[in-house]
Write a protein that binds this ligand. Structure first.
Ligand code: FES
Length: 283
């Protein structure tokens, strides 16, 4: 989206945009609905029946390795009464059973059965299958989109062999986490940012992908995917990110916005400003 004037991040953003639900709804509608969003590393779905679920920018989805070896990303909303079918962040199963009234689905999200009292009139209707989302795999990462973005994500050179993923739950707004990951960085062969939710750091045979999952407006999950090394070696670094981000969240609550501390963070703020202008125009 192009604008004919210089957008000022600091004039558009308010401290409450880091701690309130309203801004998150603007971001969900104007940004997360339009972009390719990472869900997980393909290595987290190594075996048939492995699944990962998350609410990414307000969109509740899960990814699963189906019986044909494909990765599918589906809306996590039962076709009976729209409740979540998958209720754990990750796991392994042979089919999915909604815990509310017992509708079941296969690994491709196709409706299988339901108890007689809640059975649909036409069990063969394709409308009973879970909604399948556009999915793409690139460089060992699985992405989905709600919308129709122009270009598929490009993470550059293939990553080395997948070594594992650390999951860190952080009590902060997702923008705080991105700002921390980008601060003081400039684009280089060793560090890349992929709008809006991924950074990639390469060091010799190692690649570390930090994936920010905006769970709610004050809860962020950070996946640290390690390629070419062991994930456990990065536990201390992940704990430090959590500590710093939770301190920075307190700063935002006290009214201190982040400075444009480096080229990448300035670009992040510029693009956020566009999202907020667009959200205000269409809201
Ligand atoms: S909402 Fe899933 S079976 Fe009723």
């Amino acid at each position: 989206m192009a604008f004919g004037f210089q957008l000022s991040y600091t004039k558009l953003m308010k401290p409450e945009d880091y701690s309130g639900a309203e801004a998150f709804q603007v971001e969900k509608r104007s940004m997360f609905a339009a972009e390719w969003l990472p869900l997980c590393a393909e290595g987290q779905l190594a075996r048939t029946g492995d699944f990962v679920s998350a609410s990414v920018g307000g969109w509740s989805v899960f990814g699963v390795r189906d019986g044909e070896g494909a990765v599918r990303i589906l809306r996590n909303a039962c076709r009976h009464q729209n409740m979540p079918v998958v209720n754990t962040p990750s796991g392994h199963c042979e089919s999915f059973r909604c815990r509310f009234h017992g509708w079941t689905y296969d690994l491709q999200g196709r409706f299988l059965s339901a108890p007689p009292p809640v059975a649909p009139k036409d069990p063969g209707s394709p409308d009973l299958h879970l909604a399948s989302l556009a999915t793409t795999l690139t460089a060992g990462m699985a992405f989905f989109t709600i919308g129709s973005p122009a270009a598929a994500p490009d993470l550059g050179q293939p990553f080395p062999v997948y070594g594992g993923t650390l999951t860190t739950e952080i009590a902060c707004n997702w923008k705080v986490c991105v700002e921390h990951l980008l601060a003081e960085h400039v684009p280089s062969p060793d560090f890349a940012w992929h709008w809006p939710l991924l950074t990639v750091r390469r060091a010799g045979a190692l690649a570390i992908v930090e994936q920010v999952v905006p769970h709610t407006f004050l809860r962020t999950r950070l996946f640290t995917h390690v390629f070419g090394g062991a994930a456990d070696d990065h536990q201390q670094a992940a704990a430090t990110i959590k500590h710093v981000c939770e301190c920075l969240q307190a700063d935002r609550a006290a009214g201190a916005l982040a400075a444009d501390d480096g080229a990448l963070i300035a670009d992040f703020h510029r693009r956020l400003a566009e999202v907020y202008v667009h959200g205000a125009a269409t809201g």
